[in-house]
Ligand binder design. Sequence first.
Ligand code: FAD
Length: 553
Amino acid sequence: ARLSASPGNDVCLIEAGAGLSARSMPDAIRSGYPGRAYLDTHNIWRGLAAVMGVRREGEVRPARRYEQARILGGGSAINAMMANRGAPADYDEWQVLGAEGWHWEACLPYFRKLERDVDFSGELHGGDGPLRIARPSWERLSPFVQAVIRTLGESGHPLRQDQNGLWVDGTYVGAVATSEKGERIPTSVGYLSDSVRARPNLHLRTDLVADRVTFDGVRAIGARLRHLDGACEEIEADRVIVSAGAIHTPALLMRSGIGPAEHLASLGIPIVHHLPGVGGNLMEHPSIAVSAFLPRAARTAFPEGHHEQAIVRFSSGLPGCVAGDMHGAILSRSAWHSIGYRLGTLFFWVNKSYSRGRVTLKSPDPHDEPEVDFGMLADPRDLERLKRALRFGADILCDSAMAGYRDSVFASSYSPRVAAIAMPGTWNAWRRGALSALLDMAGPWRGRLIHAVVTQGVTLDRLLSDDAALTRFISENVGGTWHPSGTCRMGQVDDPQAVTDASGAVHGVEGLHVCDASLMPSIPCANTNVPTIMIAERIADMLGREDGAVASA
Ligand SMILES: Cc1cc2nc3c(=O)[nH]c(=O)nc-3n(C[C@H](O)[C@H](O)[C@H](O)COP(=O)(O)OP(=O)(O)OC[C@H]3O[C@@H](n4cnc5c(N)ncnc54)[C@H](O)[C@@H]3O)c2cc1C
């Protein structure tokens, strides 16, 4: 949208997934409740899997399904719509890590440019960007969420106003990107409006997989594309911009001959330029949760409304960790189905994580998903902080102030089992319905039922009283937050792990840019959609000063 605003550019956008527009948006994507869109396998890369926890010596930890969008608009079309920026210090850190000119003062104008915040104005906020940002009113919050907010307030985490205001710890009603009607606004709608789509110099091409970037020597000259029926097509361009996300961008670069030479050679890929950092520095926010069965009176009155209604930002105080390094999302419901409706959750993640993983190729075939190993918890600070978060969550939900708003409390995570139960289907629907009815009726037996069926023998008491059991539980159940980032990070040309310069131009070649979450040198203390859009706004601005044809995957 931004690049085609300049008539001198001719922009071709290539997307592997289906097209999406305001008119064609299916209900599951449009809905203000976002918990269905990412389960629909039409919207995601079906074969993608990732290893979450650390592989200890000799241990084979299986990869599990990892949802990444495959649809026009990418993650913004399936994500949870939380809209926050992170700490100013996150962006100052990027400059320290070698991304020259990236610091908070330089990023703020682009955070303002992308948003239309309807609740707050002033020097921190924008009023006319494509992304409408709002917070639910107190009345829309579920009784459970309201009770958690009050309990947090009494425990030293006061309710504050603006999650995207001054960076301070506290509890916030969540900032969410939705339309006036409370519906999703993917970037393919907010940015690619009807008038933008009508531009003669913008060509949207969907259901086309970018196989590799083509080169003349070290100059990118276009891309080889694969149609769904396997047919190949080559397009030419003066400039190629890869925006395939932090998993698929490094994979595409490696297939194109840009990456660690030894790895590419082992797969028989001709090397265009040796860049050892491609696929490295893989970051995520490791997560764990504490859930509670909700008495009827604590359940949301707006089951089709947004569920991630509030957040708590807090500081672990662990040596070597920054302020506001922890995040807890306060969920009015925990999944789209009847069991999820009966569960409230505190979903914690390490907002400033220090573990790093890697993306590598399994083969040069674009239909083979890359190998993704997050190496989560490899840094002991990440494990320790998740342990503390689980204890904190248990304290809050078990607090006497929560009486009447929660029944049995238990540790939880988005495990492969939980994901499997959430899949649509008749057998699953029957099982979920039967269990929900049982849970409602179980009365004094509910705790035992949850213990037997939901947590499969893990009790909260055991985790809280036995540190080894807690460590094991978190190591085995740590999940992600769908915030992969950092795998083509910006940095100085003499930094062997840097992949691009500060404008996203790939080191060592010409005419090739990256523009997505891969560029982040370190992970911000925020969900990553708004920070990624900020990056895109800024890089579009940098590129907009140059003329020429542009191809963008
Ligand atoms: C389930 C889920 C929930 C999330 N919740 C939130 C949230 O609440 N708030 C938030 O801020 N962030 C959230 N995120 C994260 C956020 O959506 C991402 O940080 C953001 O979308 C990253 O943007 P990106 O451009 O880097 O990559 P993506 O959004 O992944 O876009 C990459 C696009 O490139 C396409 N592509 C990939 N490979 C190829 C290829 N070879 N050829 C052609 N096209 C290709 C993909 O199909 C995709 O459309 C969530 C993400 C997910 C998946």
